[in-house]
Design a protein around this ligand. Structure first.
Ligand code: ADP
Ligand code: MG
Length: 252
């Protein structure tokens, strides 16, 4: 579905320095896969996702979506950011309508489509609410519904649950898995939480500290729903945490 082929990214900063964010990175994401990317803070995870979203171009290498190079944002690739990027003056339903409106559907079709995804994320009772009337977890559910309402083939998620409390986060992880199973999308999910990656992913991509390089790819063979109390769960989490241990490294 997505192939990243020897991609590097170097930024030119305002004061003329060069910052190498990602170095010769290779990976692929298969259709209907759930891939998590973990790595130390500043290792280029967001940069990688922004390049896949077509918001940023690689300095070297290629990113292919269904064998075609990604050069600009594509309807088929949706993105959910860490901060809730909802339009404050629009209701929940109207926020979710955005994508279908851009796609030029009739008002009726937009509404129907929006209701479907508002339902899917369990927000029917709040469809008329404005974002400021919702909790953090609810807002993030709306952001997910909005991304899904475009019916993208790929959903990119950049630490989408980072701002949530631990309990809401666990609920959201379960919800996301339900949506993924029901709607069969392909998900590429960045997180600084190894626990979250082990709970969610089929495959975990571990990145090294900046410049971000591929450290390892791990297949997670645990049955779903996954049990955090299971010995294998804890062992895998510990193994990945060990990989991320850097002398001066902070995960986040
Ligand atoms: P992560 O998401 O893994 O924490 P980022 O991808 O946000 O890391 O950033 C990787 C590195 O690239 C950091 O050192 C950051 O300062 C740098 N960087 C990111 N975006 C820009 C930019 N637009 N201009 C200059 N440097 C950037
Ligand atoms: Mg980031």
């Amino acid at each position: 579905m997505i192939r990243i082929d020897r991609v590097s990214k170097t930024f030119q900063t305002a004061d003329g320095r060069q910052v190498e964010a990602v170095r010769t990175f290779d990976m692929f994401v298969e259709k209907n896969g759930f891939v998590c990317i973990v790595g130390p803070s500043g290792c280029g995870k967001s940069t990688l996702l922004r390049m896949i979203a077509g918001l940023e171009r690689p300095s070297q290498g290629h990113i292919l979506f269904q064998e075609r190079e990604i050069v600009r944002p594509d309807q088929e690739i949706g993105m959910v950011f860490q901060e809730y990027s909802l339009l404050p003056w629009r209701s929940v339903l109207e926020n979710v309508c955005l994508g279908p409106e851009f796609a030029g559907h009739s008002a009726r079709e937009c509404k129907d489509q929006a209701w479907r995804f508002v339902d899917l994320v369990g927000m029917r009772d709040f469809a008329g609410s404005k974002p400021h009337e919702l909790s953090g977890g609810m807002r993030q559910r709306v952001a997910i519904a909005r991304a899904l309402a475009n019916e993208p083939q790929v959903l990119l998620m950049d630490e989408p649950f980072g701002a949530l409390d631990a309990y809401t986060r666990i609920l959201m992880q379960r919800e996301l898995l339900k949506i993924w199973e029901k709607d069969t999308t392909t998900i590429l999910f960045v997180t600084h939480s190894v626990d979250e990656a082990v709970f969610l992913a089929d495959r975990i991509v571990v990145m090294s500290a900046r410049p971000g390089q591929l450290e390892d790819i791990i297949d997670v063979d645990l049955d779903r729903p996954r049990d955090r109390g299971q010995a294998e769960y804890a062992q895998l989490t510990a193994r990945i945490l060990k990989m991320l241990e850097q002398p001066e490294g902070v995960i986040g």
